[in-house]
Write a protein that binds this ligand. Structure first.
Ligand code: ADP
Ligand code: MG
Length: 616
């Protein structure tokens, strides 16, 4: 058997999108799993310790390497996957740059064992600081085992930059999930700190989705399959009622490569148009296959972004295929697929369906955790539960003014007249409070009146309290009389682990119970009995929602999520006493005029401005 790996000549190497390949344990996991897939393995085992910081090992039963190839594989631009510039346009493998092993060998202690079917013995090579320090024959089955220890041992700055184990493990699970979804015919397992987290037998895509993303999707998947000369699409989308408030379970693969594409995501969201509440996210696992000539995968160092030769075709195709599938499973009104857009907009076509679907969504995702006993009376009045996607709610809050239309009575973030002119506590004690549309509170002020957004106000108050709780005054916990347990998918369990200590300070007593199950022993006093599980679930959902936002610290994300979760929502009727407590607490807080998300909490309307508007 001839050797396969060669060094790319400079003129090709220079064509390759350069960049840092290994940023964290999960990037190494991705590269090693992809190498195993490229070697045609049918069994791939991933083992990590300390979230990959101390050990990442991938064992495959793929093609293996010759002794020479094994040596060469650690060189930069050493690859068996391309030879010529022309090959760059026909890539079918996951890798092609010949950089991963070289990058890994530069930042970790690596042991490679590999054997081809045709060879008697395998070879073991140990590399440290990019130098081979040991090489010897080894007895082993066909395939490759690559083991990297102490990632960034020689780059302390990078090592310190790594996040907590829970956070790094979550990234690893994400990468593992993406590769395992793309290759359901391959057996995968993931073992962390000696415990097997996933054991995925080869099977159908549907089985794989359910194993990885949770059995909630069982019977809730709509199959998608369309084939044309130009491209094929297959996979599954979730029925509208499975849409979540976070962008979690959304996967596009192009020629089996996971990609991020806001553009294609938009196409998909359009196909769901009107079927799901706005700002909620349907699940999808979709595979688009087309001639590699039509795709440039060489635009980004981690290969998660690609460029289509003609992205509009792909957009239109994705949208039509999904509409078609949803229609066939009579989830959309019949024939909606062929109707023209103006007809689709007619209320008679949309409304009966939309309301029903929205109701279905509410009753499944928001209320799913309730016992029968609670169900009967709890749906109508659900304190602290959101009936609406929160993002749309934010969108309704005053935003940047439209130029030319700027109302000059907008809240002045730093010093509003109200705050300067009176002592709010004594003033509010006697002022008349009126609720408007169950959303706003109107209070006269010495110079006019204030219009206060009830949720924004409450979020601000809770935000400050929680901030204090995390710095020394923990929130009191109310022990649950009947502790409820909560089962999470591994990815969510990893998130929960990450925030358990802070949650305790916020009044949540949650104990791990093994196997991604947790028991809620206690909650903050204002969470009603019976809502514990739901509260924790929405909180997690909201935290995930912020997790894509790298600019926030974990603490900030958690407080924002919890403040949002526990705040009074628009639509909640308040007594005058409740309003008074709310406004008094608000003006006693350090920064009453801005909500945690930066929108104004209240607007002050001054008498002169009102007079002017009335032409007086
Ligand atoms: P690339 O995947 O871009 O070619 P890598 O640095 O990841 O670059 O790997 C270099 C080469 O080593 C690959 O082209 C392949 O020939 C070989 N190789 C790496 N991992 C394996 C494996 N698990 N089984 C067989 N060959 C492998
Ligand atoms: Mg590779």
């Amino acid at each position: 058997m001839p050797d396969k790996i060669s060094l790319l000549p400079d003129h090709i190497a220079n064509q390759i999108a350069a960049g840092e390949v290994i940023q964290r344990p999960a990037s190494a996991v991705k590269e090693l799993l992809e190498n195993a897939v490229d070697a045609d393995a049918t069994e791939i085992k991933l083992i990590v310790n300390d979230a990959g910081k101390s050990l990442i090992q991938v064992i495959d039963n793929g093609s293996g390497m010759s002794e020479t190839d094994a040596r060469l594989s650690f060189e930069r631009h050493a690859t068996s996957k391309i030879n010529t510039i022309e090959d760059l346009f026909h890539i079918r493998t996951m890798g092609f740059r010949g950089e991963a092993l070289a990058s890994i060998a530069a930042v970790a202690q690596v042991e490679l064992k590999t054997k081809r079917e045709s060879d008697q013995a395998g070879v073991l090579i140990e590399v440290e600081n990019s130098t081979v320090i040991r090489q010897e024959p080894v007895a082993m089955p066909t395939g490759t085992s690559i083991c990297m220890k102490n990632l960034f041992f020689n780059v302390p700055a990078r090592r310190n930059f790594l996040k907590t184990n829970a956070a790094e493990l979550r990234h690893i699970i994400d990468e593992f999930t993406r590769v395992a979804l793309a290759f359901p015919l391959v057996f995968f397992s993931l073992t962390t700190n000696g415990q097997q987290m996933f054991h995925l037998e080869a099977g159908t895509l549907k089985q794989r989705i359910i194993q990885l993303l949770g059995s909630n999707y069982n019977a809730k998947l709509v199959s998608v399959k369309e084939e044309t000369d130009y491209l094929n699409i297959h996979g599954f989308v979730g029925k509208p009622e499975t849409a979540k408030k976070t962008r979690g379970d959304q996967y596009f693969f192009v020629n089996n490569r996971f990609i991020r594409s806001p553009y294609l995501n938009h196409a998909l969201m359009n196909a769901y148009n009107q079927m799901i509440p706005s700002e909620s996210f349907p699940m999808y696992v979709l595979f688009i296959d087309l001639d590699p000539v039509q795709v440039d995968v060489n635009v980004h160092p981690t290969k998660q972004e690609i460029k289509f030769e003609d992205e509009r075709i792909v957009y239109a195709f994705v949208q039509a295929a999904i509409k078609h599938s949803l229609a066939q499973f009579s989830i959309t009104p019949t024939l909606d697929f062929d109707l023209d857009a103006s007809i689709q907009q007619l209320p008679s076509i949309q409304q009966p369906f939309t309301e029903k679907q929205q109701w279905a969504t509410k009753s499944s995702s928001i209320f799913e955790g309730f016992t029968q006993q609670h169900q009967a009376h709890s749906i109508s009045s659900s304190p602290g539960q959101s009936e609406r996607p929160w993002k749309s709610l934010l969108d309704e809050l005053p935003r940047e003014p439209v130029p030319g239309q700027e109302p000059d009575f907008r809240a002045q973030p730093q010093n509003t007249g109200f705050l300067k002119s009176v002592s709010p506590a004594s003033y509010l004690h006697d002022a008349q409070h009126t609720q408007i549309n169950n959303t706003y509170i109107l209070v006269p002020s010495p110079a006019g009146f204030l219009l206060i957004h009830q949720q924004a106000a409450h979020e601000r108050i809770l935000y400050e309290r929680m901030n204090e709780a995390l710095t020394g005054k923990p929130v009191a916990t109310q022990q649950s009389l009947f502790p409820v347990s909560i089962d999470l998918v591994p990815a969510d369990a990893a998130i929960l682990e990450e925030v358990l200590p802070e949650l305790r300070l916020l009044g949540f007593m949650i104990e791990p119970f093994g196997n991604n199950t947790y028991v809620i022993q206690g909650t903050p006093a204002d969470v009603e009995q019976g809502y514990e599980k739901n509260t924790v679930e929405t909180l997690l959902d909201q935290y995930k929602h912020f997790s894509n936002d790298v600019k926030f610290s974990k603490r900030e994300k958690l407080i924002r999520a919890a403040a949002w979760q526990q705040s009074i929502k628009p639509g909640k009727r308040l007594t005058e006493r409740e309003m008074r407590i709310l406004t008094t607490d608000l003006f006693a807080s350090g920064q009453p005029n801005i909500a945690p998300n930066g929108s104004p909490v209240f607007l002050e309307f001054k008498n002169e401005q009102l007079d002017k508007m009335f032409g007086r």
